[in-house]
Design a protein around this ligand. Structure first.
Ligand code: CP
Ligand code: NVA
Length: 301
């Protein structure tokens, strides 16, 4: 593994390997055991979109590993004034040990990796959110003890989260069901990967059908970053695509709820269900730190 651009680039063994290292690093942090595995290393973090969790967990993670992180807002970089990504990649490769980038087009992340000579980590694009889903898988494994025989359900927009959850969930051996309105389906490349997984994948526009017997229920915002202009139309299209009591009633008795955050209460999830499962949701947020530290050690160590 040279980069983390999207989960479809990783094998099941590589994903499990990251999760195992993440669990170890989490245990060590909780027990005051420190490793300066990335001493002297610098991670550049390019942000073309807002972030709370990704920025802070990468920055804290680098610090905990003995390295440092540099926040690079695209507003202040020449990339924001049109300097080509292939030039930015070649320049930054001479200063840094790794780059994390959050942007719009997946191609920009792929190009950064192609033209640069240091590891590139995708901190979210319109296409996918691999760091988040590694943290999600870690959380599911912690709460459920493994992946075998589990059914994971995603309700809502077929967006970056849906794309990564489908790939990640299927790769580790879960059943994956998704409920989304027509016109808001996941990326065709992801659906083609899922189709090759046979009965393990199920897609519908009916929320309760997808949630039936699910062990883990996910959702995400109806309007992702960059889609603010569509917000009103999306509120209409996604009405009913919500995790609420009705959904929890048809899910497995001990079903867990996951949300990558930020959450919009009473849109994709009710405040009641959110608070009832806050423990799982905030553990998921914490796991961003541990999962990313594992990725950083694998790529920059
Ligand atoms: N879940 C997530 O990526 O959060 P941020 O947008 O705050 O980084
Ligand atoms: N789908 C959301 C995820 C935010 C972490 C977005 O792209 O805005």
């Amino acid at each position: 593994m040279n980069h983390l651009l999207k989960l479809s680039d990783l094998s099941k063994a590589e994903i499990i390997d990251i999760l195992n290292l993440a669990s170890q690093l989490k245990y060590e942090r909780k027990n005051g055991i420190e490793h300066k595995k990335l001493s002297g290393k610098t991670l550049g973090m390019i942000f073309q979109k807002a972030s709370t969790r990704t920025r802070v967990s990468f920055e804290a993670g680098m610090y905990q590993l003995g390295g440092q992180a540099m926040f690079l807002s695209s507003r202040d970089l020449q990339i924001g004034r049109g300097e080509p990504v292939e030039d930015t990649a070649r320049v930054l490769s001479r200063y840094l040990d790794g780059i994390m980038i959050r942007t719009f087009a997946q191609q920009e992340v792929e190009d950064l990796a192609k033209y640069g000579s240091i590891p590139v980590i995708n901190g979210l694009t319109d296409y996918c959110h691999p760091c988040q889903v590694l943290a999600d898988l870690l959380t599911i494994r912690e709460f459920k003890g493994g992946f075998e025989g589990l059914k994971m359900c995603y309700i809502g927009d077929g967006n970056n989260m849906a794309n990564s959850l489908i790939v990640g969930g299927l790769k580790v051996g879960m059943q994956v069901s998704i409920a989304c309105p027509e016109g808001y389906r996941p990326d065709p490349k992801v659906l083609s990967f899922a189709a090759d997984c046979g009965d393990s994948f199920f897609m519908t526009d009916k929320v309760l059908e997808a949630a039936q017997g699910a062990d883990v229920i996910f959702t995400d915002v109806w309007s992702s970053m960059g889609m603010e202009g569509e917000a009103e139309a999306r509120k209409i299209a996604f009405k009913g695509y919500q995790i609420n009591d009705e959904v929890m009633d048809v899910a497995a008795k001990d079903a867990m709820v996951q949300h990558c955050l930020p959450a919009h209460r009473e849109e994709e999830i009710t405040a009641k269900v959110f608070e009832a499962h806050a423990n799982e949701i905030f553990e998921e947020a914490e796991n961003r730190l541990h999962a990313q530290k594992a990725v950083l050690v694998k790529l920059l160590g």
